[in-house]
Every structure is written in C-alpha cells, then in structure tokens.
Design a protein around this ligand. Structure first.
Ligand code: OFO
Length: 168
C-alpha cells in the first residue's frame, strides 16, 4: 500500500474513532435528559462507528500498512435540545461523507483500485446514514419538542436501536 493511501486511511481511522466518541457524548446527554430511547439508539450508533474504525484498521494492517491511532479531541457534551444534537449529528455525517469521497478520489488518482473497492462499502453506508439522520431530524422539527412529542420520538428511536442491532 502506498504511503499516501496509508496516511489517508489512518486519518479516516481517527475520524471514525472520533465519530464513536461523538455519538457516545450524544448518548450520555440523552440519558441524562430523560431520553433513554434516544440514548440507546446513540449508544448503538457509537458501537457502529467503532466497527467502521475496526474495518479500516483491519484493511490497513492486512494490506501491509500499519494502523495508527491519533490524539482524540474531546467531543462537545452539552446541547440546547434534541434538535440541536441531531443537527450536529447530521452535519457530522455530511463531513464524513465528504471525507470518504475525498479518500475515494485519492485512490482513483493513485490507481489503488483495491482500496477504492474497499471504500465502496463506506460510500453506501454514508448514503444510508445521511438519509437516516435527515429523516430523524425532519421528524423532530415536524413534531416539535413538547414533552409529549419528545416522549414519542424517544420511543421511536428506541425501536430503531432495536432494529439496528446487526451493526455493520
Ligand atoms: Fe457515521 O459512518 Fe462512520 O463515521
């Protein structure tokens, strides 16, 4: 594996690890603000991000590179509301999509089609994640944040956490 690709994959490993901590911060906020269903959903998503990180680590190591862990920035832990939290999550996923796309572009430029092929899974995953978080955010905006609305959104997120237990 070329050094330039190895470095770019290592940078992505760091972003996925950050994503996992970011969702963990969101889960903690929900759990301490009376939203156990949303917390369950975000804890599960934090695990999912860890799986993304491990997927890349294993690919780098298998292809003759060495995975490197970066210094982690502490994610934000305070949010004004559930809407603000999910807006930040949606923005973060757009950032990750752009990062994966750039990485894919680099593999084309470097004619590393093996890594390009590996990244296809992440490209599809990002389409799915952006759509999931857009839908959740639309729902939160639609119903508002009265106690009864939050109660129902929380139940819905809890059901989604149960349905997404096959973490990929
Ligand atoms: Fe949210 O998909 Fe990885 O970062």
């Amino acid at each position: 594996m070329k050094k330039v690709i190895e470095d770019a994959l290592n940078a992505q490993i760091e972003k996925e690890e950050y994503s996992s901590r970011f969702y963990l911060a969101g889960a903690i906020w929900c759990e301490t603000h009376g939203l156990p269903g949303a917390a369950k959903f975000l804890y599960a998503h934090s695990e999912e991000e860890r799986m993304h990180m491990l997927k890349i680590i294993s690919f780098v190591n298998d292809r003759g590179g060495v995975s490197k862990l970066g210094a982690m920035e502490k994610p934000r832990q305070e949010f004004e509301s559930l809407e603000e939290l999910f807006t930040k999550i949606k923005d973060h996923e757009v950032f990750i999509t752009n990062s994966i796309n750039e990485l894919y572009g680099l593999t084309i430029q470097e004619k590393d089609y093996t890594t390009g092929n590996f990244l296809q899974w992440f490209i599809s995953e990002q389409i799915e994640e952006e759509s999931t978080f857009n839908n959740i955010l639309d729902k939160i905006k639609l119903v508002g944040e009265s106690n009864i609305s939050l109660f129902h959104i929380d139940k819905e997120l809890e059901a989604m956490a149960g349905a997404n237990n096959n973490l990929g």
